[in-house]
Design a protein around this ligand. Structure first.
Ligand SMILES: NC(=O)c1ccc[n+]([C@@H]2O[C@H](COP(=O)([O-])OP(=O)(O)OC[C@H]3O[C@@H](n4cnc5c(N)ncnc54)[C@H](OP(=O)(O)O)[C@@H]3O)[C@@H](O)[C@H]2O)c1
Length: 253
């Protein structure tokens, strides 16, 4: 699959990883039209300006909050209208929240679940339906999951559980839509240096938004269903998943 003249919708339009993916797409396109959708209009304007400076001339913004689910369908229909249809929708909405096991702030933990599973899930399902139903239907949903989805760690329980929920929804949807023209591609990065992880100790194999972007666009071009970034994370996670629980919980992860 080659990616040309692509209409791109970014849900989580201020995300550093999503911004890098759009810039990577733009370097390979003749033309790239973009809608950045997110909750903060001023931050979206800044992100749009950065993309224009990087060479994406046609960038618009749209306000949508993952927590305001009743507005999702109308907001997404507006995005579809702004772009005249969507070829690639990138779901990058996500909160890391408080790290650790049993949270001190249970309200904050529930917000992570609300944003990362229910809110992101709502945006995912509405987008899948709009992609399927658009004239000359089809397109690709890129879902930013995480290696954390593979096995919840004691150091990151709530985020891991939230990503596991979103990842399962996306993988199941990918299979359910297998015979349609809608493709769901799940991206599972390891630790990425962005504002989400600022101040945290970087583990081995930590990567950059640009590396995740290159892996994502290369996955789009070859029709991948799951993308690991860096690719070695795939083998690391096969190993970690197979570890007995009493060993896994002692690892300093
Ligand atoms: N960085 C990592 O190590 C890493 C690793 C694996 C997976 N990921 C995943 O990759 C995705 C992008 O992360 P990133 O590193 O690029 O971090 P980021 O720059 O913090 O991006 C997160 C995005 O989620 C948006 N968001 C949060 N709550 C929202 C809400 N209620 N409504 C709408 N948007 C909301 C943020 O918008 P605001 O600007 O308004 O806050 C921002 O656009 C996330 O899903 C993350 O879980 C990240």
């Amino acid at each position: 699959v080659t990616v040309r003249d692509t209409r791109v919708l970014v849900l989580g339009g201020t995300s550093e990883i999503a911004g890098a993916i759009v810039r990577e797409l733009a370097t390979r396109e003749r033309e790239c039209r973009v809608v950045l959708a997110g909750r903060d209009p001023r931050a979206l304007d800044r992100a749009a300006q950065e993309l224009r400076t990087a060479g994406c001339a046609r960038v618009q913004t749209l306000v949508v909050d993952a927590l305001e689910r009743d507005g999702h369908q109308a907001a997404l229909e507006q995005a579809w209208a702004q772009l005249g249809g969507v070829d690639v929708a990138i779901l990058a909405v996500g909160l890391l929240g408080e790290r650790g096991g049993l949270p001190r702030d249970i309200g904050g933990a529930l917000e992570v679940l609300d944003v990362n599973v229910v809110g992101a899930g709502s945006l995912l399902l509405h987008s899948a339906r709009l992609l399927r139903d658009q004239p000359r239907g089809g397109g690709t949903l890129v879902v930013l999951s995480s290696v954390a989805a593979e096995r919840a760690r004691a150091s990151n329980v709530v985020y891991g559980a939230s990503k596991a929920g979103l990842d399962a929804l996306a993988q199941g949807l990918a299979d359910a839509l297998h015979d349609s023209d809608v493709r769901v591609m799940v991206v599972r990065p390891g630790f990425v240096h962005t504002r989400m992880t600022r101040g945290l100790r970087a583990p081995p194999l930590a990567t950059t938004p640009q590396e995740v972007a290159r892996a994502t666009v290369s996955g789009l071009e070859r029709g991948a269903r799951t993308v690991w970034a860096p690719s070695a994370m795939r083998w690391v996670m096969i190993g970690l998943r197979a570890l007995p629980r009493k060993v896994f919980r002692r690892l300093p992860l």
